[in-house]
Design a binder for this molecule. Structure first.
Ligand code: ADP
Ligand code: MG
Length: 211
């Protein structure tokens, strides 16, 4: 299998962008998971921290975005504010070649007013922590019924932190025929149970290695 990004079905502008970012070869997880992600399949992926999982789901989200529709089409749930911020930054870098893709970060510990203002102007991609996203859904300030891709990032940590019910509540507001991508650094038993609840015939990709 080739590790070159140009073996994937990506726009040439994205290939140029990846080269400018210094992404010359795919990492193992990217090489093994991206074909299924880009084919729109549900993927359950496990690989250690630092292995390039973010770009794996970000390229999948970006492929599904209609830039002319200013509604949420991609939703990424992360366990902490710091991780959500890093994911939003990475998505923005990968979206650089597309005009006007708006990524909105919704995390707790920050006042909700400006977040509501941001959402009111329309957003293509939402990245955030489960608690705050539930708050917005309860208030009616976030609509996720047009989501095409739902990502559970660091799913093992979200389970450890007790976010199961929040994840369930959020997923119930998204369309049933969405693509669901589940990423984890470790592979505890409850990951498979989570996958069974949220995914349809997932492709499983596991990269051996220290966590
Ligand atoms: P993980 O989520 O698996 O812990 P990240 O997605 O945060 O890992 O990636 C770790 C670092 O590697 C980031 O700084 C990211 O920009 C970089 N990176 C990801 N993919 C590639 C690649 N194909 N080539 C070079 N650097 C990459
Ligand atoms: Mg990560």
């Amino acid at each position: 299998m080739s590790d070159a990004f140009n073996t994937l079905n990506l726009p040439s502008e994205q290939l140029d962008n990846l080269a400018q970012l210094g992404y010359h070869q795919m990492t193992d997880i990217q090489q093994q998971a991206l074909p299924s992600v880009l084919a729109g399949k549900d993927v359950l992926a496990q690989a250690k921290t630092g292995s390039g999982k973010t770009a794996t789901f970000a390229l999948g989200i970006l492929q599904q975005i209609n830039p002319r529709f200013f509604g949420a089409q991609g939703l990424v749930l992360c366990p902490t504010r710091e991780l959500a911020g890093q994911v939003a930054d990475e998505i923005r870098k990968l979206a650089r070649y597309m005009a006007n893709i708006k990524v909105v970060l919704l995390c707790g510990g920050q006042s909700i007013g400006p977040q509501i203002g941001s959402l009111a102007h329309g957003a293509h991609i939402i990245v955030g922590t489960p608690g705050r996203i539930c708050d917005h859904l309860r208030k009616g300030t976030l609509e996720i019924d047009q989501i095409k891709t739902l990502v559970l990032d660091e799913a093992d940590r979200m389970l450890d932190m007790g976010f199961s019910e929040d994840m369930r509540f959020i997923a119930a507001h998204t369309p049933e025929q969405r693509q669901t991508l589940l990423f984890s650094a470790t592979y505890p038993d409850n990951i498979e149970a989570l996958s069974r609840d949220f995914q349809y015939e997932p492709v499983m990709v596991r990269i051996e290695g220290q966590h």
